[in-house]
Ligand binder design. Structure first.
Ligand SMILES: [Zn+2]
Length: 395
């Protein structure tokens, strides 16, 4: 089936009336997408393997013979799950393009000397259980299997229960060396989550790096009191500290060339007529260099009693530099772009695998929203770019 045909086939799956997608890991929508993927693999005569975490790999050629020969495979693909209210392209563009690449290479009579796989990583967005890139983190050992099995969704269902319901044995979950050593090179094609390519007037870029990023919980203590009877000068109102903190984060991020977001806040007791006793806010900050991101954190929340707890920190991920330069040269000197978003490609790169990314132009620059877009011509250009790269790597 062509790119357009495959795109039409999955378009209705998990789409809400508002146009946004809800394709959470290990749900019915996810099962439909996984079944569709297995069907596309089988239609092409590819051998489907499901690893310990539930990621799907469709192989053209024998991956283990290639490992034995010291020439492990070339893997292309991405993920099919979404955030709540997500767009159509984040993830599926990479999977559908990869399947279309297999067709394109066969149509031109290409005979790979290294096996090629199309991968569908499970649970990339972490929308259901709260941990992004769970599928790739599990097989690389970056996410502990017991911890993963015990994660709960908003309804209290554990990941282990969700896997069992979807027919995947949670007892298998864990690091998967056998799967990883089959991967010689991984190239993930993805919709661009910004306007870099629009500004450059180019359809495709090569990923250079993923920005260092962190997440902090900031506790702002105060004193609960009556909203009507407490004089302003007598108040200890943590909501004012929060307001100052949000503005400080914005100023510091601007000065440092970073981005900073306060997207989640908890207020106690959360009453209209009560001065809060405590406000808890979460700061997400990312930027091109670690020192800039740390400077944003330093600039916020220095009031009395304020505590910042680091919930996660991910250092900069630099993709395989010679590989990125080689791909850029192959693609008519495609520009190199860094991104502030995490990806399975970043997890595999951190685990020491040779990894690259291609980005396809997004005219709205918007992502994780129904406004996310790639023009169909650019999708086809992305397929062609990925085909050129795959052919070169599997030659
Ligand atoms: Zn994605």
């Amino acid at each position: 089936m062509t790119f357009d045909g495959m795109w039409s086939a999955i378009e209705p799956i998990g789409r809400a009336r508002t146009g946004g997608y809800r394709r959470f890991a290990w749900t019915g929508q996810d099962a439909d997408l996984r079944e569709w993927f297995a069907g596309e693999a089988s239609e092409r005569g590819l051998d489907l393997a499901t690893d310990r975490a539930g990621n799907q790999w469709a192989w053209w050629g024998d991956p283990d013979a290639a490992v034995a020969a010291g020439r492990p495979g070339v893997v292309i693909g991405s993920h099919l799950d979404s955030v709540p209210g997500g767009g159509a392209f984040d993830g599926p563009l990479g999977v559908v393009s990869a399947l279309a690449v297999v067709d394109a290479l066969r149509a031109r009579g290409f005979a790979p000397t290294r096996p090629i796989a199309v991968v569908n990583f499970v649970d990339e967005e972490g929308a259901r259980f709260g941990i992004a890139c769970a599928g790739s983190r599990l097989i690389t050992g970056k996410l502990d299997a017991d911890k993963a099995r015990g994660l709960r969704d908003a309804d209290g269902v554990t990941m282990a229960e969700a896997m069992t319901a979807a027919g995947h044995d949670p007892g298998q979950v864990g690091p998967d060396e056998e799967t990883l050593r089959r991967v010689g090179t991984f190239v993930e094609l993805h919709i661009e989550q910004g306007r870099g390519l629009v500004d450059l007037g180019r359809p495709v870029a090569v990923g250079s790096a993923i920005w260092p990023h962190g997440r902090w919980r900031i506790d702002l203590p105060g004193e609960a009191n009556h909203a009507g009877t407490t004089r302003l000068e007598d108040r200890n109102d943590p909501m004012l500290a929060l307001a100052a903190m949000v503005l400080e984060a914005r100023v510091a991020a601007t000065a440092q060339g970073c981005v900073a977001t306060v997207g989640k806040v908890r207020v106690e007791p959360n009453g209209v007529n009560a001065i809060p006793s405590r406000v808890t806010a979460w700061l997400d900050a990312r930027g091109p260099v670690e020192s800039g991101v740390r400077a944003v954190l330093q600039a916020v929340g220095r009031g009395p009693g304020t505590v910042a707890v680091e919930e996660s920190w991910t250092p900069e991920t630099i993709f395989d530099v010679p590989l990125a330069e080689r791909l850029s040269a192959l693609l008519d000197d495609a520009p190199m772009l860094a991104t502030g978003a995490g990806h399975d490609a970043g997890v595999l790169a951190t685990a020491g695998l040779s990894t690259a990314m291609l980005f396809v132009r997004n005219p709205t620059g918007i992502s994780h929203s129904p406004s996310e877009l790639a023009e169909r011509d650019d999708c086809h250009r992305g397929v062609e770019a990925l085909a050129v790269v795959t052919e070169e790597l599997a030659r």
